[in-house]
Write a protein that binds this ligand. Structure first.
Ligand SMILES: *Cc1c(COP(=O)(O)O)cnc(C)c1O
Length: 421
């Protein structure tokens, strides 16, 4: 059947790959079940909202009465078990979307309490933990407080219970590990935090849902979170939305976010979709499946590198709460070879050789592999590694499993060729 080899893999790589697939098979079954459940959930939302060809037509100018745009909001709300949502291509990235939600809900004198340790790097300047004179929440009189994670990287539930008694306006939870080695939060764990918060305060619970969408059968909004937000060039846009973000949750909170996203008074009524509706509809429809592919790629990479003797997190047999896979490769040489190998297997820009560079905002050199159809899209296969302890590479994404698997095998082969494994 296979009469041509498009890539020449070393026997050892083929063997380890085969073993990794066998090891991953029960996890793959679990992922396929979740994919099917979530796909049915999204399909039902399309059917329930009578999606039709006319919904894909673009609007211009103010965008009054953009039926497609309004239906898309309803589809995301239904898929996430939320009362309402605002989904727009005009959200420029995940950080922007999260910032709109924070500025939409918080008022001068309020406190935002983050209960999952220091938030994702790009949120620091939004809060006012770094930078000055940019109009952060802090400069508008919003206070910030934090409950650190336990030593094992899990939320400190006792400390959270105590901290919320001061009745902060918002409790903020980050679901994904981001680029740290802490475990990601499961939706169950988020529900546990929500219960503690609701029993001890009136705080609004907001979840940074980036990288978590469709990984489990439920979203944080289905266990009591009041508002969630994320990027459409990660899980929620299915690798087809060309840019954008979403906010979903309680109706009155989504409305406040809409007043911030556009203006007080106008809210969701304006915002033309130009010609993005079709991509966005196709994106959310594709999202459960593409997240499943990305999860399989992560499990496969974990299993392969476990076999080479490296520490990986999560382990190949651990259940997952986001699409990120950390591989601790222990030396800078291996990080560089791995990222160059991933890049060499990308559908776009495979001829480019990534090198470590001094990226603004990092205290060490960073190397990144990304060869994507959509610039910066990390639901497409990509890898990032800061060249510092613990010398780990963070791998995520994969539009389809076969292609991602090939790139991961090429990365392993690059390590082998350079005598690094
Ligand atoms: C990616 C990410 C963000 C920010 O998203 P951008 O699109 O990069 O601005 C925020 N939080 C987490 C956990 C993320 O993974």
């Amino acid at each position: 059947m296979m009469n041509k080899e498009f890539f020449t893999f070393d026997e050892r790589i083929k063997e380890v790959s085969k073993k990794a697939l066998a090891k991953a098979s029960s996890m793959f079954n679990e992922i396929e079940e979740i994919t099917e459940y979530n796909q049915q959930k999204v399909l039902a939302a399309f059917i329930n909202n009578n999606v039709c060809e006319a919904d894909f037509c673009g609007t211009t100018g103010y965008g009054y009465g953009d039926r497609g745009r309004d239906k898309l909001d309803k589809i995301y709300a239904e898929a996430f078990g939320a009362e309402d949502a605002i989904v727009r291509h005009t959200f420029t990235c995940g950080t922007h979307t999260l910032a709109v939600a924070l500025f939409g809900i918080l008022r001068p004198g309020d406190t935002m309490l983050c209960v999952t340790g220091t938030p994702y790097d790009t949120i620091h300047s939004v809060i006012g933990l770094s930078g000055e004179g940019m109009g952060s929440l802090k400069e508008f009189g919003v206070n910030y407080a934090q409950v650190d994670l336990n030593a094992d990287g899990r939320p400190d539930l006792d400390a959270i219970r105590e901290a919320v008694k001061s009745n902060p306006k918002m409790v903020y939870i980050q679901r994904s590990r981001g680029y740290s080695l802490r475990p990601s939060l499961s939706v169950d764990e988020i529900g546990e935090i929500v219960d503690i918060v609701k029993a001890n305060s009136d705080a609004v619970v907001m979840v940074d849902n980036c990288y978590g969408e469709f990984v489990e059968t439920r979203e944080p909004t289905e266990v009591g979170a009041d508002i969630i937000a994320g990027s459409l060039i990660k899980n929620a846009g299915g690798a087809l939305a060309r840019t954008g973000g979403y906010i979903a949750g309680k109706k009155e909170l989504v409305e406040l976010c809409a007043y911030r996203a556009t203006t007080p008074g106008l809210g969701k009524e304006v915002g033309c979709s130009l010609d993005e509706n079709r991509n966005m509809f196709m994106g959310v429809f594709n999202a459960p499946n593409v997240v499943g592919s990305a999860l399989k790629a992560a499990v496969f990479a974990a299993a392969m590198f476990e076999d080479f003797g490296f520490s990986v997190t999560p382990a190949s047999n651990e259940s997952r709460h986001d699409i990120i896979q950390a591989l601790c490769l222990e030396t800078p040489e291996r990080l560089v070879a791995f990222c160059q190998g991933i890049q060499s297997g990308a559908p776009v820009d495979a001829y480019v050789v990534p090198e470590p560079w001094d990226m603004p905002g990092y205290d060490s050199k960073v190397i990144m592999a990304a060869g994507a159809f959509i610039m910066g899209s990390s639901i497409e296969l990509s890898a990032d590694a800061p060249l510092r302890e613990p010398y780990a590479v963070w791998l995520q994404g994969g539009i389809n499993f076969s292609s991602a698997k090939t790139a991961i095998m090429l990365a392993a082969q690059k390590l082998l060729k350079e005598g690094l494994i």
